[in-house]
Design a protein around this ligand. Structure first.
Ligand code: GUN
Length: 281
């Protein structure tokens, strides 16, 4: 029977550590502050933003919420970011994605001061990750590394296959695994013989965005399977990109959905907020 990797428990440990660190900063007179910007009322985004605000309150991070109208222009959004970049009392700036179609996401991400880029999406943050310099790391892949390490799963020398090549998950995930001395393959929708490639993996990271696509035929006996996807099924239940019940019988360890990678993403956002103080001083 495979081990279930409990992201909720691990994120709970991390949040307790961060709570203590935030309290230390508070004693020194520093209140860590995160500005969270949401444009429009996308339902999923509202849930994510609500969870981020709740986590801030729990850890002792001040959050400033900017809930902007769907019709907000790109210029107005850039002007707000410019103002927040200049504020000494704001340590982190997060713009919830996706943005409405009339706003250029990459322009917005590039406008955030890299020293306040707690999402780790700015090209300078990505470049720093690539070359091994100090900077913020995208939260979901950083959370997956923590999940593996804190579950006692060795990465060095292992075959790691990442399915998905997004800027937010796949690419930074591959870089982080490489920094941990994994042997890394990035597979994607154009990969030939995807099942065979996936079956090479000792550690299989799945971020394909397709409900329950990854069945046991993609998984080597004894592999560790990390599921980044989250989808709502017709019966209203949540599922991941991995067919959990099917894969469970061949893998050695697996993350559930919900309660696997999701809680780690928020914990790492909180970590980036706490770390921002050191990066800025
Ligand atoms: N939308 C979905 N995931 C994320 C995330 O991690 N950060 C931001 N800013 N938007 C998102």
């Amino acid at each position: 029977m495979a081990k279930i990797i409990d992201g909720k428990a691990v994120s709970g440990q991390i949040k307790e550590e961060l709570k203590a660190k935030a309290a230390e900063w508070k004693e020194k007179g520093i209140e860590i502050t995160l500005a969270v910007i949401q444009v429009g009322k996308d339902a999923a985004s509202s849930v994510y933003v609500g969870n981020k605000k709740k986590a801030c309150a729990y850890i002792g991070i001040r959050s400033l919420a900017y809930e902007l109208e769907e019709e907000t222009t790109q210029e107005e959004l850039l002007a707000l970011i410019d103002e927040l970049n200049g504020r000494k009392d704001v340590n982190g700036i997060l713009v919830q994605l996706p943005l409405p179609a009339h706003i250029d996401e990459s322009k917005v991400i590039s406008a955030i001061d890299p020293q306040k880029d707690v999402d780790g999406f700015h090209p300078q943050s990505v470049g720093a990750l690539c070359t091994g310099q100090a900077g913020f790391v995208s939260c979901t892949p950083a959370g997956i590394i923590q999940l593996l390490k804190r579950s006692g799963i060795e990465i060095a020398g292992k075959e790691c296959v990442v399915i998905g090549r997004s800027n937010i998950v796949g690419k930074p995930m591959a870089l982080l695994l490489l920094w941990e001395n994994g042997t890394v393959t990035v597979a994607h929708s154009k990969t030939e013989n995807l099942k065979e490639v996936a079956r090479r993996a000792d550690i299989l990271i799945v971020a394909v965005g397709k409900p329950q696509m990854i069945t046991r035929e993609y998984v080597k006996e004894g592999a560790v399977v990390i599921d980044v996807g989250i989808h709502r099924k017709e019966d209203n239940k949540l599922c991941g990109d991995v067919d959990y019940d099917d894969v469970m019988s061949v893998c050695s360890a697996i993350t559930p959905v919900p309660g696997g990678v999701g809680p780690m993403t928020i914990a790492m956002l909180m970590n980036n907020c706490v770390e921002s103080i050191r990066l800025q001083s």
